[in-house]
Write a protein that binds this ligand. Structure first.
Ligand code: BES
Ligand code: ZN
Ligand code: MN
Length: 493
């Protein structure tokens, strides 16, 4: 989908459809008012007749209004007039986009950017409108013989501020974000028989070529030489070789310390010998969504030519049962030298991540953020609304929390006190890979914290936010929004 800005009054917009807002009180947004005047009261009449309630997300399509250039007018309910919050804005925009998705028009002009969002300016509203419409119109049809096609190709975003620059930048940021999210969703939605560790490596090579990134893919022999015994153990039961993918965007000064993103890339998590129950096991194809979010963020950063150095590190493997698979009780040696007793082969993400985090030390990073679908416990505690956030650097975590609020891709901090670290005791090795049922998200992070002493580090547990289950089953592309916003905030864009 193409996005552009429009500064035309709504009644003069010649595109196939103009989208304007109606409040629950039948009050009209400025562009709705303008259309109403141009059409001799057609919108007030529709509202008075009760055809549109003004409830958030309610929509009504009108056709061929006198005095209006566009063929169609889409009225969208916006709730109570006055300021709304980020989430309400996104929901109204998504409802409008869903109606646009059914439209037989190639283009439309979108004026819901007029809604007042508390604490946010017009640039924010433009960026969020692009991201939210693109999100709502997303379809994954790669494996459908007869994909239902969308007609809408171009969406013009209505705006007022003159002098262009900040809104042009906001539009570009929204588009880059949409591209990054789309990539992350596509990668997540591919089945695990296609999206293997080798496939992710090929994707990284493709991204590097297309966007001028530097790529390196370490194979199992190279990881063996580095002593990545934990990462490699996850892959023992798999016929697809594990990889460690490194992708670099060098937009900053040569010597400026990079931001490093580490993404869990388990392309299918059966649990291994500690096998998972059958119900919903298909969803474990999404266990590489951390990796996908790293690729998506790198793509967006490259599209925007962000002036900073950014490195993505993706440890990727399958987790399968097999005669060669790692067994409960097996002990392996990590790259850091610590030994780990693998009590549960289903706690494999932390085994990949601990070696990947140690590997990050060589980049002398400014900060390291890992992103992982790490624990079912996180789905229980925060559901699908917030990603879990833990780490050893409060300043970094505050910046991530803030970026999450701004992108409406929120995170919520959990405590990483020493008390939790004491739960990690093994009679045989330096560490066990699990510590009982209590506080599973925190003990998983506590395990990782044993490998991040030399780093300013934060961990995002996206088990609840990376995909949706049930009827709307799909990767969400989270937390690309949060991560890109964090980078934009860092460079002051
Ligand atoms: N990939 C899963 C986490 C997960 C589970 C994400 C359900 C989304 C939904 C992870 O590898 C895992 O299996 N974690 C175990 C850890 C346990 C064995 C300590 C879990 O959460 O059950
Ligand atoms: Zn997993
Ligand atoms: Mn697992």
């Amino acid at each position: 989908m193409q996005f552009e800005l429009t500064r035309l009054p709504a009644s003069q917009e010649p595109r196939g459809c103009v989208v304007v807002g109606v409040y629950a009180s039948h009050a009209l947004t400025p562009s709705a008012k303008q259309l109403d005047q141009a059409s001799g009261g057609a919108i007030t009449a529709a509202a008075k007749a009760g055809d549109i309630s003004g409830k958030p997300g309610d929509t009504l399509m009108l056709r061929a209004l006198q005095g209006v250039a566009a063929q169609r007018v889409l009225l969208v309910g916006c709730g109570k007039s006055g300021e709304i919050d980020e989430g309400a804005y996104q929901r109204v925009v998504a409802a409008a986009a869903a109606a646009l998705g059914k439209l037989h028009a190639a283009d439309a002009a979108f004026y819901l950017t007029e809604l007042a969002v508390a604490g946010r300016d017009e640039a924010w509203r433009v960026r969020a409108a692009v991201a939210a419409t693109s999100h709502a119109l997303y379809q994954f049809t790669e494996y459908k013989r007869e994909p239902g096609r969308r007609h809408l190709k171009t969406l013009a975003i209505g705006c007022r501020a003159r002098g262009g620059k900040p809104l042009e930048a906001a539009l570009a940021q929204g588009q880059a974000l949409a591209e990054g999210v789309r990539l992350a969703r596509d990668l997540g939605n591919h089945p695990a028989n296609v999206c293997t560790p080798g496939y992710l490596a090929d994707q990284a090579r493709g991204l590097a070529k297309k966007h001028g990134l530097v790529v390196e893919v370490l194979d199992e022999a190279q990881m063996g030489e580095l002593g990545m015994g934990a990462l490699l153990a996850v892959s023992w039961g798999s016929r697809e070789p594990a990889k460690l993918i490194v992708l670099k965007h060098q937009g900053g000064k040569a010597k400026s310390a990079p931001v490093v993103l580490v993404g869990k890339g388990v392309t299918f998590d059966s649990g291994g010998i500690s096998i998972k129950p059958a119900a919903t096991m298909d969803e474990m194809k999404f266990d590489m969504c951390g990796a996908a979010s790293v690729f998506g963020t790198l793509k967006a950063a490259a599209l925007l030519k962000l002036p900073l150095n950014l490195i993505g590190v993706v440890p990727t493997s399958e987790n399968l049962p097999d005669g060669n698979a790692v067994k409960p009780g097996d002990i392996v040696t990590t790259m850091a030298g610590k030994t780990v007793e693998i009590l549960n082969t289903d706690a494999e993400g932390r085994l990949l991540l601990c070696d990947a985090l140690t590997y990050c030390e060589r980049f002398k990073p400014e900060v390291v953020i890992d992103i992982a679908t790490l624990t079912g416990a996180c789905v229980i505690s925060l559901g699908g609304h917030a990603s879990g956030l833990l780490g050893n650097d409060q300043k970094l975590m505050d910046a991530l929390l803030d970026a999450g609020r701004s992108a409406h891709d929120r995170a919520w901090q959990l405590p990483l006190w020493d008390d939790y670290k004491e739960q990690l005791r093994s009679p045989f090795a330096d560490l066990p890979n699990v510590a009982g049922r209590e506080a599973g998200t925190i003990t998983a992070a506590a395990f990782l914290s044993a490998f991040t002493d030399k780093l300013r580090w934060a961990h995002l547990d996206i088990a609840g936010t990376a995909w949706k289950s049930g009827k709307e089953k799909s990767a969400t592309g989270r937390p690309v929004g949060l991560l890109l916003q964090y980078l934009l905030d860092r460079v002051g864009a």
